[in-house]
Design a protein around this ligand. Sequence first.
Ligand code: HEC
Ligand code: HEC
Ligand code: HEC
Length: 102
Amino acid sequence: MKTVVTIMAVWIAVVFIGSTFASPPGRNVEYAGGGAGKVIFDGRVHADQKIRCADCHPKIFTMKKESRMTMADHNANRFCFACHDGKRAFSAANNCAKCHKK
Ligand code: HEC
Ligand code: HEC
Ligand code: HEC
């Protein structure tokens, strides 16, 4: 119950400060993809995996769309690749097209 209240508080706060609310769990975050094809992070898909806000925020991602992910991050298990490491979820290697859509 406490968790639910906290989540609601975050949502309400975000709506009230009028930020663009393109965020998990029900929304998508879109990245241009640096020429490799745009990437859509689907909040619903991730929520359905029973991943909670605190699994990603604030340790892996802040609650602002600001992360710039480089090729080095792909290989060093930072940001998305903290999970997309071939153990918890599919890895970057050989799976480019699962994230990058041309
Ligand atoms: C699987 C990881 C993941 C989970 C779980 C997750 N988020 Fe996020 N969230 C992200 C990513 C990725 C971004 C974009 C951050 C970036 O690019 O730096 C983001 C961005 C946001 C933003 C900013 C959106 C914007 O457009 O500026 C808010 C607010 C947010 N998340 C709230 C939540 C809440 C509340 C929950 C739990 C109900 C949650 N997130 C769960 C990954 C996650
Ligand atoms: C907290 C762990 C975690 C983080 C962080 C995370 N993911 Fe995932 N993601 C998963 C899991 C678990 C799955 C489902 C298992 C699988 O497909 O290997 C998944 C599945 C996906 C899928 C497949 C969706 C489908 O329709 O099957 C895509 C695409 C994806 N993630 C992209 C991203 C992107 C882009 C980011 C960063 C912005 C990201 N993920 C960050 C855990 C994570
Ligand atoms: C789990 C999802 C995911 C997978 C798998 C993935 N990427 Fe990415 N990639 C991203 C995200 C998210 C970004 C950040 C895009 C942005 O900031 O516009 C990115 C950015 C990039 C960039 C731009 C880097 C820069 O410095 O601007 C390149 C190039 C790239 N990816 C290539 C690849 C290649 C090649 C593969 C396969 C070997 C791959 N990616 C696999 C999610 C993924």
